[in-house]
Structure formats: C-alpha cells, structure tokens
Design a protein around this ligand. Structure first.
Ligand SMILES: Cc1cc2nc3c(=O)[nH]c(=O)nc-3n(C[C@H](O)[C@H](O)[C@H](O)COP(=O)(O)OP(=O)(O)OC[C@H]3O[C@@H](n4cnc5c(N)ncnc54)[C@H](O)[C@@H]3O)c2cc1C
Length: 360
C-alpha cells in the first residue's frame, strides 16, 4: 500500500464536512509497526505474507541485502562509459552497420584475424540480432546448409546433422552465442538503438586515399527514436563516426533495411537498386557469398542487403549465406583497411618530405 507523505491538509469528507486528515506519515509508521511487530517472523516480508498458510521454503537467497549505492553513482557508471566509448569510437577502423547474422559474423571474423582493429557496430534496433532470432515463418529451428556449419563447430553450437544440412534447435541459440562472443571482444563496441542515417562521402581530390573520386569515410548516426521523428520535429542534427572502412549489412528492404544501397543509388554511386529477386534457395545463398564485395571505395556489402543491389534471389529461412558472407566481408574489409593504412602512411611520408623541402 502506498502512503502520501504529505503534511496535514484539510479535505472534504463524504458527508461534505471539512475535516483535518490524520498525519499520513504517522499512519504509515503505525501500520508498518503493526505489520512488523505483530506478524510471525516468517510472514514479515510482503511475499511471505502473500503465501500465508503454505510451507516456507528455505533458499540460499533468504535475508538478501544488496550493498548500498547512490542513484547518481548508477547514472555516472553508465554515462561516463558511454561517452568515453563515443569519444574513442568517433574514429574507428571499421564501422559495421547492422547487427544481424551477417554483421555479427563480420565483427567476429575481423576480431579473430586482427584483434587490434577498432570496430563500432551501429544497430538501429534496441535488440541486436536482426532476423536471426527465429527460422522462417516465425518457427524456432535454424536450417544451415553445409559447409556453413563449420562456423557452428567453431562456436561450439550443437546441431542435428541431417546430411547435406544441419539444424540448430533454436535460431536464438546461434544468435545469442555469436552475440556473446562479439560483445566480449575488447576492440568492439555495439551502439544499439542507434541508426545509420547517412554516409560520409568524401572526394579524394589529391588522389591520396583511393586514387581519386568519391569514397566512403564513415557514417552519420542518430538515436533511432530521433531518426523516426524527423517528420514531427525539426533540426535534430545527427552525430558522425569516421571509419577507414564501412561494412553495410542492413538486411533486405524494409522500414530501415537496405539503407546504404538505397542511399548510394540516390547519390548516383551505384546505378540502381532493383530489389531482391524471387525465392530460389540453391542460387540465392551462393550468390550472396560470391557477390560479397566492396561496392564503392570504402564500403563493403554483406548479407541480404546485397540481394537488393544485385537483384539476386531471396533464400527464405536458410541462414548459412549470412554468416559466410559476413566472414568474407571481414576479409574484404581487412584488405581495404590495409590499403587505407598504406595510403595514409605514404601520404604522411610525402607531407613530411614536402615540409623538409619547404622549411629553410
Ligand atoms: C520472419 C522472417 C522473414 C524472413 N524473410 C526472409 C526473406 O524474405 N528472404 C530471405 O532471404 N530471408 C528471409 N529471412 C531470413 C533471414 O532473416 C534473413 O535472410 C537474414 O536475417 C538476413 O541477415 P542479414 O544479417 O543480412 O540482415 P538482418 O538479419 O535483417 O539484419 C540487419 C540488421 O541491420 C539493422 N539495420 C537496418 N538498417 C539500419 C540502419 N539504417 N542503421 C542501423 N541498423 C540498421 C537491422 O535492425 C538489423 O538488425 C527471414 C527470416 C525471418 C525470421
């Protein structure tokens, strides 16, 4: 029962007479004292009282007491870390847009190959994992065609071997296992509830970075809740993350999906986005993996977003292509990163020589 701890206030009784209330604080103390003093010891807590008449079970959690904390401490524990991460990841080596099965596999593989590479994952949803929490039509099991089951072996995820394919008993088992591995990696930061609103597009005027022309230099982000309200509120400017490589794995078209390819098309950087083709499992999965590539300088595409730009068939509820595409994208991204690092080193060396020549 809740008691308002207010001072004495006159109020109108049902009879219409004006009366003075008893001090609520005193009532509260009296009722509480009665409850605590007159109740048998085993029924003193609210939950114990609720089970009056039932036998009391002793558990290792009886008489539980948390260590004390100040509310402000909780707030600072979260915000200081978040803003430190925002500061640190404002310049990332790789940004991955979309934490579905392709994006998470990509982050996992990059980190496995190069644990020194700083990776920011931008996920518009509160819960990461994309469409890989269920199989098709909202069923539980996840079907994976061989040889993509090798990743399951590596991640020690159990499955039933059906010959040409394997079945994980629940898609959530795959996604939660992969997610836990990725989140434990010290070089990866997941920014969820954050949408990629746009791309940073730069012109390589000095032909130093990509040999001339336009290239992708990072992402433009916003809280997803803000992104969803640009129609109703004005001037809610976004934030930015610079990156040497962006991997886009936003999934097939939807309210947020295929974000990068749609933006590239509107900027004239890809000819057009035909949209995914009709279902054909056998060709679809091979095409997704084989077409995983850097589509424009600095932007690598992985997973179902590829089917939007290539017009390749959808595969429905088979997932192997997503994680192998993610793993392949990791290797493509690392190759691009290597080129960027070499170009940056060469440009810095050239500038140093220039300074030495021009400085008397
Ligand atoms: C109900 C259901 C329907 C399916 N339908 C199909 C189908 O029609 N065809 C098919 O081939 N497979 C389908 N699948 C299988 C499977 O979902 C997808 O093939 C698979 O999820 C694609 O993996 P992905 O990693 O490429 O993208 P997704 O799993 O879709 O992950 C993309 C992630 O990117 C995030 N994202 C998107 N835009 C942004 C943005 N702008 N900023 C930040 N994050 C962003 C999304 O929130 C999501 O988490 C379906 C699965 C289910 C459960």
């Amino acid at each position: 029962m809740a008691f308002a701890m207010t001072s004495r206030v006159p109020y109108k009784a049902a009879s219409g007479r004006s009366v003075r209330s008893a001090a609520p604080a005193r009532i509260f103390q009296r009722v509480r004292a009665q409850a605590m003093d007159n109740t048998p010891k085993e029924y003193r807590s609210e939950s114990a009282a609720a089970t009056a008449g039932l036998p009391i079970t002793t558990t290792p959690f009886d008489d539980w007491k948390f260590t004390p904390i100040r509310e402000a401490t909780v707030s600072r524990a979260m915000t200081s870390r978040y803003f430190k991460d925002m500061d640190s990841y404002a310049e990332s080596d790789v940004v991955i847009i979309g934490a579905g099965s392709a994006g998470l596999s990509c982050a996992y593989e990059i980190s496995k190959q190069r644990p020194d590479v700083k990776i920011a994952i931008i996920e518009q949803n509160v819960s990461p994992g994309g469409g890989a929490w269920l199989g098709g039509q909202l069923f539980s099991a996840m079907v994976i065609r061989k040889p993509a089951h090798n990743l399951l072996n590596e991640l020690q995820i159990p499955y039933e071997d059906e010959g040409d394919y394997v079945v994980v008993k629940h898609a959530a088992l795959f996604t939660s296992t992969l997610l836990s591995k990725v989140l434990k990696m010290p070089n990866i930061k997941l920014f969820n509830a954050t949408a990629a609103e746009d791309l940073i597009v730069r012109e390589d005027t000095n032909r130093e970075i990509v040999g001339g022309g336009k290239y992708i230099g990072g992402v433009v982000t916003n809280w997803t809740l803000v992104t969803l309200h640009h129609d109703t509120q004005s001037c809610m400017d976004p934030n930015v993350i610079e990156a040497k490589v962006v991997v886009s794995s936003c999934g097939h078209d939807g309210p947020m999906g295929a974000h990068s390819v749609k933006r590239l098309a509107s900027l004239g950087m890809v000819p057009h986005v035909p949209g995914m083709g009709a279902l054909d499992m056998n060709t679809a999965e091979d095409k997704i993996v084989n077409n995983t590539r850097e589509v424009v300088p600095g932007l690598v595409l992985a997973g179902m977003e590829l089917s939007e730009v290539d017009g390749s068939p959808r595969m429905g509820p088979t997932f192997g292509a997503m994680f192998i595409s993610g793993q392949k994208a990791a290797h493509v991204a690392l190759a691009v990163l290597k080129k960027r690092e070499a170009a940056a080193a060469a440009a810095a060396a050239a500038r140093k020589v220039q300074t030495m020549v021009t400085t008397p």
